[in-house]
Write a protein that binds this ligand. Structure first.
Ligand SMILES: [Zn+2]
Length: 63
Protein backbone atom coordinates (compact mmCIF):
# COMPACT_ATOMS: atom_id res chain seq x y z
CA UNK A 1 0.00 0.00 0.00
CA UNK A 2 1.27 3.41 -0.91
CA UNK A 3 1.64 5.89 1.88
CA UNK A 4 0.86 9.47 0.99
CA UNK A 5 2.65 12.13 2.94
CA UNK A 6 0.50 15.13 3.70
CA UNK A 7 1.74 18.37 2.23
CA UNK A 8 3.24 20.68 4.81
CA UNK A 9 2.28 24.32 4.61
CA UNK A 10 3.55 27.14 6.81
CA UNK A 11 0.99 28.36 9.30
CA UNK A 12 -0.07 31.91 8.26
CA UNK A 13 0.05 32.93 11.89
CA UNK A 14 3.30 31.57 13.27
CA UNK A 15 5.03 29.93 10.32
CA UNK A 16 5.10 26.44 11.78
CA UNK A 17 4.85 23.76 9.13
CA UNK A 18 1.51 22.02 9.49
CA UNK A 19 0.03 19.19 7.43
CA UNK A 20 -2.50 20.40 4.90
CA UNK A 21 -4.72 17.36 5.14
CA UNK A 22 -8.11 16.35 6.54
CA UNK A 23 -6.23 15.21 9.64
CA UNK A 24 -5.56 18.85 10.44
CA UNK A 25 -8.93 20.51 11.02
CA UNK A 26 -7.21 23.86 11.51
CA UNK A 27 -5.46 23.94 8.14
CA UNK A 28 -3.85 26.01 6.88
CA UNK A 29 -3.11 26.95 10.46
CA UNK A 30 -1.06 24.69 12.73
CA UNK A 31 -3.44 24.72 15.65
CA UNK A 32 -6.77 25.91 16.93
CA UNK A 33 -5.01 28.67 18.82
CA UNK A 34 -3.42 30.13 15.70
CA UNK A 35 -6.65 29.95 13.76
CA UNK A 36 -8.61 31.61 16.56
CA UNK A 37 -5.95 34.29 17.01
CA UNK A 38 -5.93 35.09 13.31
CA UNK A 39 -9.70 35.30 13.04
CA UNK A 40 -9.83 37.41 16.19
CA UNK A 41 -7.25 39.90 14.94
CA UNK A 42 -8.99 40.08 11.59
CA UNK A 43 -12.33 40.76 13.26
CA UNK A 44 -10.71 43.32 15.55
CA UNK A 45 -9.18 45.14 12.59
CA UNK A 46 -12.50 45.19 10.80
CA UNK A 47 -14.26 46.43 13.90
CA UNK A 48 -11.69 49.19 14.36
CA UNK A 49 -12.07 50.39 10.77
CA UNK A 50 -15.84 50.45 11.06
CA UNK A 51 -15.51 52.18 14.42
CA UNK A 52 -13.67 55.12 12.85
CA UNK A 53 -16.64 55.99 10.73
CA UNK A 54 -19.76 54.65 12.34
CA UNK A 55 -22.81 54.68 10.13
CA UNK A 56 -25.66 56.69 11.49
CA UNK A 57 -28.57 54.40 11.79
CA UNK A 58 -31.82 56.13 12.52
CA UNK A 59 -34.76 54.02 13.54
CA UNK A 60 -37.81 54.52 11.39
CA UNK A 61 -40.30 56.89 12.97
CA UNK A 62 -43.16 55.18 14.65
CA UNK A 63 -46.36 56.63 13.34
ZN1 LIG B 1 0.59 28.44 13.99
Amino acid sequence: MQSVKPRLVPCPKCGTLAPFSPENPYRPFCSERCRTDDLASWAEERYRIEGNDPPEIQPPPLD
